[in-house]
Design a binder for this molecule. Structure first.
Ligand code: NOJ
Length: 553
């Protein structure tokens, strides 16, 4: 593995930062975030060390699903700026070495999209077939209803044209029909348009819904994904699709495609994420360790995307009812913290009651897990949620820049929280000055993560720790090794790890000062603080640790 190669396959050890332009920074003082405001904060993001920005939808929208209901795929929502502002932003981001990807929401459009208006105008409309219509839809399976608080069916009757249309999500989001070749061409055109303006790829919304619910059924639904990827590679090598594919591992793997991986470049590890929360709730490494052991290896040029929280509810849909209840009891006991019967509408720090040691340990775990870490804006300063905001909006609150909020001069688009997570207690400006802050911790983790390509690229092994609360793993790549250990409980622990092949090596701490030696029979004793974490680089005693890094190979 050479750096020239790892930089070609840049996404495999990227640090992805998801943000919503609307809530990040208001540049024109109208209370709504915008591209001008975001552009002013590029140096903050570059300084944090993230390498790729994921922009949530910024397209014109009636905003009934926070922008995931689009009326024009080729333009910018006027509240957020203009195409000119977008290009200025792209130029500035690129200048600071940041890549940018954006949400690709083409499973559906808004019902206000001109395509849908035309489609519903009559059964003989030229665009009728751009959406999925039926005289007699199959009876609903309640499991198919994604937002049970608002919908009880995935079909809606259209009075005007006398047929039902499919909507996998809200009724105001009719599903596009990728069974129609014109729709497939149009989707490629959308990708091509934004890639031309500098995007390095897309976070693809709701991938299984996109390829499955179509008429006629695609003979080979995955071929469409492979075609899109081939199109992107022709236009711009190294561009990626980051897929929202919340499926069990065995069903998910086909989304990566064959060979080197010719479909979705990276898939979020929803299973690992949910098991990580079960581990955190129990203070036991077991559930996460077993997910990591079960998790298949993605094709060579693909990668898992790791996350703990995102812009949606913390979904626990792939756990058992009992497991879900355990997490609810630990992290969201009151009903207004829960949503859809399957998740929590909270951010991580409030779930940990603001316990900084535990919060730091959880993020250390995230950055050390094999895969590409994806964080949601505000995680780096430990922002909480505002449960007064409706549904999932609770976590999509304005970025907290300074003690007075600093997001906007005007009344902000959404309310910040009160109390111990209010901007006067949690903000960027204060944390920049405080060397023990969460923000500084993130900077350190990101720096170390980027210096340890083994974590993202290497072959990982979950180690036996002999202690239920401690998760340890090692990542090996091209003769270099990083060992990490996390103590999930709040009492100090000593663990002994067996490190085959590292007999008599010296392990050097990467997060603090310190070394520890591996014995002649390959055993190392690692003391861990309560909620402690250690990242260690292995080197034969005669070689300085920095020279033992995979970088030098
Ligand atoms: C998944 C997105 O993450 C979510 O926020 C959205 O509501 C649905 N897709 C529908 O677009």
């Amino acid at each position: 593995m050479r750096l020239t190669y790892t930089s070609d396959v840049w996404y495999k050890n990227a640090v992805v930062y998801c943000l919503d332009v609307e809530t990040f920074k208001d540049g024109n003082g109208d209370g709504v975030g915008d591209f001008r405001g975001l552009t002013q904060e590029i140096d903050y993001l570059a300084g944090l060390g993230v390498t790729c920005l994921w922009l949530m939808p910024f397209f014109p929208t009636p905003n009934k699903d926070d922008g995931y209901d689009i009326t024009d795929f080729y333009s910018i929502d006027p509240r957020l700026g203009t195409l000119g502002d977008f290009v200025e932003f792209m130029r500035t981001a690129t200048d600071r070495g940041l890549r940018v990807i954006a949400d690709l929401v083409v499973n559906h459009t808004s019902d206000q999209h001109p395509w849908f208006k035309e489609s519903r105008s009559g059964r003989d409309s030229p665009r009728r077939d751009w959406y999925v219509w039926s005289d007699t839809p199959e009876p609903d399976d309640p499991k198919q209803v994604v937002f049970p608080d608002k919908e009880n069916s995935i079909w809606e009757y259209d009075e005007g044209s006398g047929q039902y249309y499919l909507h996998s999500f809200y009724r105001h989001q009719p599903d596009l029909n990728v069974g129609n070749p014109e729709v497939r061409d149009e989707i490629a055109r959308i990708l091509g348009f934004w890639m031309e303006l500098g995007l390095s790829g897309f976070r693809v919304d709701a991938v299984p819904f996109l390829i499955e619910n179509v008429t006629p059924r695609l003979a080979s639904p995955h071929e469409f994904l492979a075609d899109l990827r081939a199109f992107m590679t022709r236009r711009k090598g190294g561009s990626i699709l980051l897929g929202e594919v919340n499926l069990p591992y065995k069903d998910l793997m086909q989304y990566f495609g064959d060979g080197l991986g010719d479909q979705v470049t990276m898939c979020f590890d929803f299973i690992g994420m949910q098991r990580a929360w079960l581990s955190l709730a129990r203070n036991e490494a077991g559930p996460l360790a077993s997910a990591l052991r079960e998790r298949p290896e993605p094709p060579k040029d693909c990668q898992w995307a790791m996350f703990l929280r995102n812009h949606d509810e913390l979904t626990l849909d792939k756990l058992t009812k009992e497991e879900r209840q355990e997490i609810f009891a630990a992290f969201g006991p009151s009903e207004d913290m829960q949503i859809y019967g399957r998740g929590l509408r909270r951010r991580l720090p409030t779930m940990f009651g603001g316990d900084l040691r535990r919060i730091k340990m959880a993020y250390s775990l995230l950055f050390s897990l094999p895969g590409t870490p994806v964080i949601f804006y505000g995680e780096e300063i430990g922002m909480g949620e505002n449960l007064d905001e409706e549904g999932r909006m609770a976590v999509r609150i304005p970025m907290q820049w300074s003690r007075d909020g600093g997001f906007s001069q005007a009344e902000p688009v959404r309310e910040v929280p009160d109390g111990s997570f209010a901007p006067d207690r949690v903000n960027v400006a204060d944390q920049k000055r405080d060397t023990s802050s969460l923000l500084r911790w993130f900077q350190l983790l990101i720096e170390r993560y980027r210096e340890c390509p083994e974590l993202a690229w290497g072959e990982y092994t979950v180690l036996d720790t002999g202690h239920p609360a401690v998760l340890a793993h090692r990542s090996d790549a091209d003769g270099a090794t990083v060992v990490v250990a996390h103590n999930l409980c709040d009492t100090a622990q000593d663990v002994e790890l067996k490190l085959a092949g590292l007999e008599r090596y010296r392990l050097t701490d990467l997060l603090v000062d310190g070394t520890v030696d591996v014995s002649a029979d390959g055993v190392v004793r690692l003391p861990l603080d309560p909620h402690g974490c250690r990242w260690l680089r292995a080197a034969p005693p005669e070689i300085p640790p920095e020279d033992a890094s995979v970088k030098s190979l």
